[in-house]
Design a protein around this ligand. Structure first.
Ligand code: NAP
Length: 249
């Protein structure tokens, strides 16, 4: 079933990991997908990989905290496809494992810039081109509900996305729905420092009810649902995709 036929999707940070998984799933459901990340080589390789699977893909270099590159991402999408229906804001940084009180101001700025502000600025750029019925998806984290010590400030930026989802859903309604996904632990490059340690990995697996880590496909399935009209009456919500890890009532 191709739920996204005729739709145009922008996915940030989508040349590997969860972003790439989401791009592939949206493309396989019929969307034209604009993928992006900081490095041209990664963009070229991911574009080629997805096109080889028969998907309609445009690759654009975009470091999400670069204003010109954000604008270009939107403009190239619109030049090629005429409009935008889906924006998945997926980029994030976690540059330090310091406690909050020990985190340098420059690191606090970077976390805020990439994890929160860039989503807002990208949506400011994309908003004029969003069609009626469009869907915005922010990628938060289970850490947004429980900012644990090694990911404390990163977790707090993800908590901010839960609020941003509610606020934007109000502001962008009724034309655009805004929802959020809070992934559990997925063994990607980003989470390597946690998931490659067998002891920590086992501890995390045990904290899930389903006794496993998440996959990029698990996250992509939730994103495709939120992007599609199957979620037409859902906005301002966060779906926790974390195998039953404790999040909230
Ligand atoms: P990943 O596998 O490490 O992929 C990171 C991607 O982001 C790459 O394509 C990278 O390509 C790109 N990228 C990095 N910094 C960027 C920037 N400033 N601007 C644009 N692109 C950038 O990461 P991931 O695990 O899929 O994480 C994706 C999202 O899921 C993040 O928001 C993260 O917080 C969230 N998340 C992940 C987990 C997990 O366990 N993995 C759990 C909860 C939430 P370039 O190097 O070419 O830029």
């Amino acid at each position: 079933m191709k739920r996204l036929e005729g739709k145009v999707a922008i996915v940030t940070a989508s040349t590997q990991g969860i972003g790439l998984g989401i791009a592939e799933r949206l493309g396989s459901e019929g969307a034209s997908v604009v993928i992006s990340s900081r490095k041209q080589k990664n963009v070229d390789e991911a574009t080629e990989k997805l096109r080889a699977k028969g998907l309609e893909v445009l690759g654009v270099v975009c470091h999400v905290s670069n204003p010109q590159q954000r604008q270009q991402l939107v403009e190239k999408a619109v030049q090629k496809y005429g409009h935008i229906d889906i924006v998945v804001s997926n980029a994030a940084a976690n540059p330090s494992i310091d406690t909050i009180l020990e985190t340098k101001e420059s690191v606090l700025d970077k976390l805020w810039d990439i994890n929160v502000k860039a989503s807002i600025l990208l949506l400011q750029a994309a908003a004029p081109y969003l069609r009626k019925g469009s869907s915005v998806i922010l990628i938060a984290s289970i850490a947004g509900y429980h900012p644990t010590t090694s990911m404390a400030m990163y977790g707090v930026t993800k908590t901010a996305l839960l609020g941003l989802t509610k606020a934007l859903a109000t502001e962008m309604s009724p034309e655009t729905r805004v929802n959020c996904i809070a992934p559990g632990f997925v063994p990607t490059h980003f989470a390597d420092f946690i998931t490659s340690n067998q002891t920590i990995r086992k501890t995390i697996e045990d904290k899930t009810l389903l006794k496993r880590l998440g996959t990029t496909e698990d996250m992509a399935a939730a994103a495709a649902f939120l992007a599609s009209d199957d979620s037409a009456y859902i906005t301002g919500e966060t779906i926790v995709v974390a195998g039953g890890m404790p999040s909230r009532l």
